[in-house]
Write a protein that binds this ligand. Structure first.
Ligand SMILES: Cc1cc2nc3c(=O)[nH]c(=O)nc-3n(C[C@H](O)[C@H](O)[C@H](O)COP(=O)(O)O)c2cc1C
Length: 264
């Protein structure tokens, strides 16, 4: 399949929200875009019983439906001092106080991932965010190499020292977190008893953020940051347009909500 080249123009911009005139209680069929979306319902639904679905098909369905996923690029070190680097998209922020992030490592039929073993043993690792300029470098570290292989050696990425943990952080990453293990939860399948994966809760002890990414408000500028996300199969995504939607506040909106609901 021939594809157009990667668009190097900074296409990400702030735009209006998709339906910026939306008002309380307004249903989807009141706009052309909403009606077009609802037309798809005419083809019906599949209701999938996960217990009866093929395991690989379930994986493919879930990783393509639960999207876009952020990616935690995890740098660990073994008890023997071998460094390891791998991306994980079953990854997210859990809470900011205490600052916790999570990622989940699945177990293959024959082996437990180096990341799981290293995190459980060393209790100090880094989680780095991937930006467009080094997504190929990061992707290569997902190689199914033999246990104990140091993926840094093929990545073209640079180890930068951490201030608190033994594992390196990725110098090319504009946002890296030095973490300690908060909790490792082995996921046991309730019917087969098999330990399919390990959910890592990580306590973020230090954050390294590049000055040029920071706004005056102390937040990361998404346009400069160029974070990548994971979709289904081997697909990645970049940011498209960004829109802002005000968070409704009951104290100021109550009367508007009453007026709208009385009209129904
Ligand atoms: C973008 C991306 C996201 C991934 N997300 C996960 C994940 O969330 N969980 C997982 O177990 N494997 C995930 N993988 C696969 C691991 O990166 C891969 O198994 C890697 O070899 C593990 O390395 P290790 O054995 O050195 O820990 C992902 C791969 C890619 C390319």
């Amino acid at each position: 399949m021939s594809l157009p080249p990667f668009d190097r123009t900074d296409q990400t911009q702030f735009t209006e929200a998709p339906n910026s005139t939306w008002a309380y209680c307004q249903p989807l069929d009141s706009t052309p875009a909403g009606r077009a979306w609802l037309e798809g319902e005419e083809q019906g639904w599949q209701v999938i019983n996960t217990a009866e679905y093929d395991r690989m098909m379930l994986y493919k369905l879930m990783i393509s439906g639960i999207v876009p996923r952020p990616i935690g690029f995890v740098s660990t070190i073994s008890e023997g001092g071998v460094e390891n680097l791998a991306p994980f998209s079953w990854f997210n922020m859990v809470t900011s106080w205490p600052p916790l992030v999570s990622f989940c490592c699945s177990n293959g039929p024959a082996r437990i991932k180096d990341t799981t073993n290293n995190v459980k043993n060393s209790k100090g690792f880094t989680v780095n965010i991937i930006s467009e300029p080094f997504v190929e470098n990061a992707n290569v570290t997902s190689i199914d190499s033999p246990p104990g292989f140091d993926e840094w050696s093929i990545s073209g990425l640079t180890k930068a020292p951490s201030v608190h943990v033994k594992a390196s952080r990725v110098k090319e990453s504009a946002f890296s977190m030095e973490c300690e293990l908060f909790q490792a939860i082995d996921i046991i399948h309730p019917t087969t008893g098999e330990c399919t994966s390990t959910l890592i809760l990580a306590h973020v002890k230090y954050i390294h953020v590049r000055n040029d990414m920071l706004t005056e408000r102390g937040t990361v500028d998404p346009i400069k940051f160029k974070p990548v996300a994971r979709l289904g199969d081997i697909s990645y995504a970049r940011l498209g347009d960004i829109f802002r939607i005000p968070r409704p506040v009951w104290a100021t909106e109550e009367s508007n909500i009453q007026t709208a609901t009385q009209r129904l």
